[in-house]
Design a protein around this ligand. Structure first.
Ligand SMILES: [Ca+2]
Length: 236
């Protein structure tokens, strides 16, 4: 009986470590792994076509996982048209590896047709990280400004929001550095004024440095899932 219990425990532990909570690829909305540029587009790693137009100059250099994008200031990736039904409303995770000098750097942003700035995952010149979500009519759902940025150092940023579970969280290098309860307001699904990687839609806060594995998920990933994704991307 005790042996059976022990075996059960060992099997459970083995499954737990093997399963190490790799997030499901089904939840990937957008993935730039910065491995390939074709016809002046950053190739989207899950095979979405017709998106990812490069404006300015982004070159491929050594990254964390293979190559990374080196952004010349004021350059950006114009995400382009995603399937509107695929745009997250209830849960999201926006993550990227970043390596930047002091300054204010916008990782990703999207803007609604009414002018609402929906997301601001940023590194700020005051040395803090920012993770913000707004919804219709510029209603701020939460605005976290926290932590201590390590400049010129590869850092993994992951901002999480769940309207369903009612919280926002920020993970740096796979560790949760901030979490707050949030009234569960769905996110704006209308990205009518577009979405960009590396510069705000009104041409401010230029990302000037290197970025790798920019991934947007339609799920609030767990800590284990974030660690898995930062080490392995979206998996095989
Ligand atoms: Ca890469």
């Amino acid at each position: 009986m005790r042996l059976a219990s022990l075996i059960t425990l060992c099997v459970a532990l083995a499954l737990g470590s093997v399963g190490m909570a790799a997030p499901s690829k089904e939840n990937v909305v957008l993935y730039f792994d910065f491995e390939q540029i074709a016809e002046n587009r950053m190739v989207e790693a899950t095979g979405k076509t017709g998106i990812g137009s490069i404006k300015g100059q982004i070159t491929l250099v050594e990254g964390v996982r293979g190559k990374a994008g080196q952004f010349t200031p004021y350059s950006f990736i114009d995400v382009g048209a995603l399937d509107p039904d695929a745009i997250p409303t209830d849960e999201i995770t926006i993550m990227a590896w970043v390596n930047v000098p002091p300054g204010t750097h916008e990782i990703f942003n999207a803007r609604g047709s009414d002018g609402t700035w929906i997301f601001h995952p940023e590194l700020r010149s005051d040395g803090r990280y920012r993770w913000l979500v707004r919804t219709e009519n510029a209603h701020t759902v939460f605005d976290m400004q926290t932590g201590v940025v390590a400049w010129n150092t590869w850092t993994h940023f992951a901002g999480v929001y769940s309207a369903t579970a009612g919280y926002a969280a920020l993970y740096i290098n796979g560790e949760e550095i901030a979490r707050q309860p949030v009234t569960g307001v769905p996110m704006m699904q209308d990205w009518g004024m577009g979405a960009r990687v590396g510069l705000t839609i009104d041409d401010a806060r230029p990302f000037s440095g290197r970025m790798d594995d920019l991934i947007v998920w339609n799920k609030a990933l767990t800590a284990d899932e974030i660690k898995s994704a930062m080490e392995h991307g979206i998996g095989d």
